[in-house]
Each structure stands twice: as C-alpha cells, then as structure tokens.
Design a protein around this ligand. Sequence first.
Ligand code: HEC
Length: 143
Amino acid sequence: MKRTLLLVGGCAVAAIAAYVIINSTSDTPSPSAATPDGAAMVQIQLPPLEGNAAIGQRIFDNACSTCHGTNAVGKEGAGPPLIHVIYEPNHHGDEAFQRAVALGVMSHHWRFGDMPAVAGLTRGDVAMVIDYIRQVQRANGIH
Ligand code: HEC
C-alpha cells in the first residue's frame, strides 16, 4: 500500500516537472513577424534633387523626418509615409501640406495619432518641402 502511494506520488512529481519544462520551453520568445518601431514603411527611389527641392529636403529632414521618416518613407510607430498614393496631388493638394504644417492634422488615415502644427516654417519653406515631396512622388510613380 505504501509502495503504491509512493509510486503514484512519484508519477505526479514527474508529471508536474514535465509540465513545467514543456511550458517554459513554449514561453521562449519566437521570432516576431512584427516590424520594429522606427522601420521604414515603403521602399522608394530617390531622384536627383536640385534647387528648391534640395532645400526642401533639408527642411524636411529637420522638421518632419522624425515622424515621417527620412525622405518621407514613413516610420513605424511614429508617422506615415508621404511617398504614398494617399498623398498624390489629386487627393492631398499642395494646400493640404500648407494646412498640415500650419494647423496640424487630426488623425484620420492612420493610427499614429494627430500631427501637431510645426512652428518656425514660412509658407515659402513649406512650398520647397512640397516641391521635394512631389519630385520624389513622381519618381516613384505617384502623380
Ligand atoms: C510629431 C509627428 C509629426 C511631425 C513632426 C510631422 N508630421 Fe505630418 N503627420 C503626422 C501624422 C501622424 C500624420 C497622419 C495623420 C492621419 O492619421 O491622417 C501626418 C500627416 C501629414 C500630412 C497629411 C495631411 C492630411 O491632410 O491628411 C501631411 C501633408 C504632412 N503630415 C506633412 C508634414 C510636414 C511637411 C511636416 C514637417 C514640416 C510634418 N508633416 C511633420 C505626424 C507628424
């Protein structure tokens, strides 16, 4: 009788140990398919930029790329790509860019939250940013 109890007890311990081992191995993180924060959201071709577009690129780097990514390719966890069919001239004309910078944007296309207004830029500065964005859009088939 005592032997049987011991045997049953032993089995229970073994079962618990096996359970813990199986569970802990299944807890090890599996490689995630999710894109990490900060990653670019689109792949683009950068055309040669001159004049106002080249100045616009520098302004964009300073004032916009923290959210929209370098060359407006978007940034996971921060902001959308502007080299994107959503922002083609017929859907978001140049005035939409001026308004976005001057007044900010209520989130409506994406899930990054609102865009705050960006201080310190004139309409002329933004016009150069638009020149730059449109050139990169055109080079990537967005008209
Ligand atoms: C703090 C982050 C942040 C900064 C800085 C920022 N943006 Fe944005 N912007 C966003 C987000 C987020 C959206 C998307 C809102 C939505 O869900 O539609 C957006 C949307 C836009 C849009 C689309 C407007 C519309 O009508 O839908 C334009 C154009 C734009 N940004 C231009 C710029 C430019 C140009 C700059 C720099 C001068 C800039 N943004 C700086 C976060 C930012």
